[in-house]
Design a protein around this ligand. Structure first.
Ligand SMILES: CC(C)(COP(=O)(O)OP(=O)(O)OC[C@H]1O[C@@H](n2cnc3c(N)ncnc32)[C@H](O)[C@@H]1OP(=O)(O)O)[C@@H](O)C(=O)NCCC(=O)NCCS
Length: 192
């Protein structure tokens, strides 16, 4: 499993991940009922070009994601997390959350914010474990985490996650096309 920043041209994979969420999970993720596939397409299309989406991928499939959205003066970073149902409760949501903290710190956000339904036990547990302060009101839970300024460790954490992704991509390309050097057919093309 690899966690990396999703480039804009791969946003459809993020939309596909969100569309795999059940109606109840869509409600939990977006704190609104009746989230349709069309709504998801519109939501993803409206994420700014430089928007920050971190994804967990397994064999090139997006199985988990964290979207970090900054307010107008970038002081507050709002994070929304989702994990494919078959990959939950293994720490993936927390891992994405921790990476989101690093990315938000490095962009000088002063606070991380997340909104979820009060009965979202998974997200509330995750937020508590991350040390967030949680306020419950009218069926919703608002969680806040003050962020320290970036430091050499937070910058190197972001750089190393990016480098790891680049190395992994190179290794995968080499696996796929290295055989060509020996005269084998490229993947997906019939021999002869
Ligand atoms: C919330 C969500 C992202 C958590 O992902 P995850 O990969 O399961 O997260 P983690 O494994 O890191 O941790 C989740 C915590 O919730 C707990 N948990 C999970 N499901 C739970 C449930 N139904 N009841 C109580 N606790 C639950 C886990 O035990 C864990 O707590 P712990 O570390 O103290 O044991 C995932 O459940 C999800 O995608 N839900 C639908 C979308 C959503 O609600 N997003 C959050 C709103 S932004």
């Amino acid at each position: 499993m690899l966690i990396r920043r999703l480039p804009q041209h791969e946003r459809s994979a993020y939309a596909a991940h969100l569309k795999r969420l059940s109606p109840d999970d869509r409600h939990l993720r977006f704190t609104r009922a009746g989230v349709s596939d069309e709504w998801i397409d519109h939501h993803v299309a409206n994420i700014p070009e430089d928007g920050l989406i971190l994804v967990g991928t397994l064999r090139d499939r997006v199985i988990a994601a964290a979207h970090v959205a900054f307010d107008s003066d970038s002081a507050v970073a709002e994070v929304g997390i989702s994990v494919d149902v078959e990959h939950r409760s293994g720490g993936l949501g927390s891992e994405l959350f921790n990476q989101a903290v690093v990315f938000a710190r490095n962009r000088r956000a002063e606070k991380l914010y997340t909104l979820c339904l009060s009965d979202n036990r998974g997200m509330v547990a995750l937020a508590r474990r991350a040390g967030m302060e949680i306020e419950f009101s009218q069926g919703e839970a608002e969680a806040h985490l003050p962020l320290p300024p970036p430091d050499p460790l937070s910058v190197s954490q972001e750089m190393s996650s990016g480098l790891f992704a680049v190395f992994r991509d190179w290794a995968e390309l080499f696996d796929r096309y290295g055989a060509l050097v020996n005269g084998a057919a490229p993947p997906g093309r019939a021999k002869g």
